[in-house]
Design a protein around this ligand. Structure first.
Ligand code: 13P
Ligand code: SF4
Length: 305
């Protein structure tokens, strides 16, 4: 079958079975084309809370499918490819966080949404890259333990200098591959291009950027700008998506190594098998885990409105 034929079958089946397909912005272009909604982590969480489909298929990584299940516990939720995890989400040690909370009782805990459901049960609020500054500015504590991404945490702390942040050593193994040298090289080769980067990049990279934002914020910036060339410092699927949506603009990857194999694990055929009912992994969580991990996600949605 061709890509177009598989896409046609997926679209027919999802309508017949009342299935909603959510796709993170890093998904392959052929998955974008059959998705009901494409977005960053915050947009996906909002959609998860409001969709009225009986079944939701997440094309993204595990914590994103868990977030859908937590927000819509009565729906059947699938992760389209069960091997797609976010390595950063598994970095934070639960016992270490418990110890930090005990040692710093006057601090509240903010977690990047890229964390497991178990870890979320210990947190007061969640954030995503697009919503973090707004949420933590409004958050009712000036002393914040931020886990698990110290690069994102460093960037947020610089945007909200009046609050005190305690960071841990963790981060995205994909974005950390972008170096200061990549910035120097790209600036020299394309002096007129705007540099757009994700806040998961190292501090020296975000400090040198013209714009720092989430995946969809980067896409929106490049699409709406009158400028003609852009260097993209995030997962390289965004480079390809922008080349499709802005054919008259020059879209350049900041590093050829910024590739997330977990995000790219999901194929169109995985989605096809999932809508057929023969593939994907159904997300099963206990009522107690859903209830206790939901508190910090609800707080994120409330403060992020
Ligand atoms: P966004 O919130 O920008 O979608 O980021 C999620 C992610 O995993 C980036 O690496
Ligand atoms: Fe996780 Fe980084 Fe991949 Fe995003 S790009 S899913 S943070 S490993």
């Amino acid at each position: 079958m061709t890509i177009a034929e598989v896409q046609e079958k997926i679209i027919k089946l999802k309508k017949e079975k009342n299935i909603c397909i959510l796709a993170h912005a890093y998904q392959r272009h052929e998955i974008w084309e059959i998705a009901d909604y494409i977005g960053d982590s915050f947009g996906l969480s909002e959609k998860a809370a409001e969709t009225d489909a009986e079944t939701v298929i997440m094309c993204g990584v595990r914590f994103m499918a868990e977030t859908v299940k937590i927000l819509s516990p009565h729906k059947t939720v699938y992760l389209a490819n069960s091997t797609a995890g976010c390595p950063m989400a598994d970095q934070m040690d639960i016992d270490l966080l418990k110890q930090m909370k005990e040692m710093m009782p006057d601090y509240k805990v903010a977690a990047y949404i890229n964390t497991t459901a178990e870890l979320k049960t210990l947190c007061d609020v969640c954030v995503t890259s697009s919503s973090a500054v707004k949420i933590l500015s409004r958050f009712d504590s000036d002393k914040i333990i931020f886990v698990p991404d110290c690069n994102l945490g460093d960037w947020i702390s610089k945007q909200i200098p009046d609050k005190e942040f305690k960071l841990v050593r963790g981060g995205c193994p994909t974005h950390v591959r972008i170096s200061e040298n990549d910035v120097t090289r790209a600036r020299k080769a394309y002096p007129d291009a705007k540099l757009l980067v994700h806040p998961e990049c190292q501090p020296a990279v975000t400090a040198a950027a013209d714009f720092v934002g989430s995946t969809t914020q980067i896409v929106k910036y490049a699409e709406e700008s009158d400028e003609k060339s852009f260097i993209i410092g995030t997962e390289n699927s965004i480079v390809e998506h922008l080349q499709f949506s802005c054919p008259d603009k020059k879209i350049i990857p900041l590093s050829k190594d910024c590739v997330c194999h977990n995000m790219l694990a999901t194929t169109l055929n995985d989605v096809y098998r999932c809508v057929q009912g023969t593939g994907g992994e159904e997300i099963i969580m206990s009522d107690e885990l859903i209830r206790s991990s939901r508190v910090c996600i609800d707080e994120m949605l409330r403060l992020g409105k």
